[in-house]
Write a protein that binds this ligand. Structure first.
Ligand code: ADP
Ligand code: MG
Length: 235
């Protein structure tokens, strides 16, 4: 049994350092090169850049879903980019919340089951307090009455909030969100971002958000602007 109760506010977000990352997707025709990226504990950073500039790839490198060809990703004091895949996955499940660009909700599961998924995937996260945590979080995100519904019967904004709730349910020290307000009208987008920030602030979570919406950039302390990829990858 894990001694940490999921969702307990830790009041200190993760520190992330990316140094001279380089990555080319197998079979891809361009490579991503990044100067160093630093995320202070509890800070809010936006990632912008044209389509194909590597925003999603950067998030997946930080999350340890991908491993860089060059350079390092350091989470707090640990270089995670060189760890075996299983170890990166364990760190991701325990400490990193991810909102995928396409949400990746499981259509055959209810909203409640989708939000609870991290606990089902990793029993080591424990079960103490999780039921209350799911309900509390769903309530604050306006999903309370929808817990028994299936994703196909939700609006786009509701699906987005379910994805955000699932990313936050374990009380991650780092939240990575890939265009969490994409395809929402500006007003709904601002509300969803407000909710995401409010939840992150409760626990001191470090936040990195990919966005196309430049009207939201004033809400972030740091903006990382990725440029178009180098054709052919330069090598
Ligand atoms: N699975 C993949 N296989 C091959 N190339 C990929 C794959 N995913 C992304 N790419 C390429 O990597 C580059 C960066 O993609 P991505 O990180 O998705 O950009 P963004 O999120 O900024 O639109 C693009 O040139 C894209 O075509
Ligand atoms: Mg993308």
């Amino acid at each position: 049994m894990s001694s940490a109760t999921p969702g307990t506010p830790h009041l200190r977000g993760a520190r992330v350092r990316c140094e001279e990352l380089g990555f080319r997707h197998p079979g891809g025709d361009s490579s991503l090169s990044l100067a160093s990226v630093d995320l202070e504990p509890g800070s809010r950073t936006a990632v912008i850049g044209p389509s194909g500039s590597g925003k999603t790839t950067l998030l997946h490198l930080i999350a340890g879903i991908l491993s860089p060809d060059r350079g390092t990703v350091t989470l707090d004091d640990e270089v995670i980019s060189g760890l075996p895949e299983a170890a990166r996955r364990r760190r991701r499940l325990a400490g990193i919340g991810l909102v995928f660009q396409e949400f990746e909700l499981l259509e055959h599961l209810s909203v409640r089951e989708n939000i609870s998924l991290p606990f089902a995937i990793d029993p080591a996260l424990g079960s103490e307090g999780r039921s209350g945590r799911v309900e509390e979080l769903a309530g604050r995100l306006g999903l309370g009455p929808l817990l028994r519904r299936h994703p196909r019967r939700l609006s786009h904004g509701e699906r987005q909030r379910v994805a955000i709730a699932r990313a936050l349910v374990v009380g991650p020290r780092l939240l990575l969100a890939d265009e969490p307000t994409g395809n929402l009208d500006p007003r709904t987008g601002a509300v969803v971002l407000d909710q995401l920030f409010a939840e992150a602030e409760r626990a001191g979570t470090t936040v990195l958000v990919v966005t196309h919406d430049h009207s939201l950039l004033a809400r972030f302390e740091q903006v990382i602007d990725l440029e178009s990829p180098e054709p052919g990858g330069g090598s």
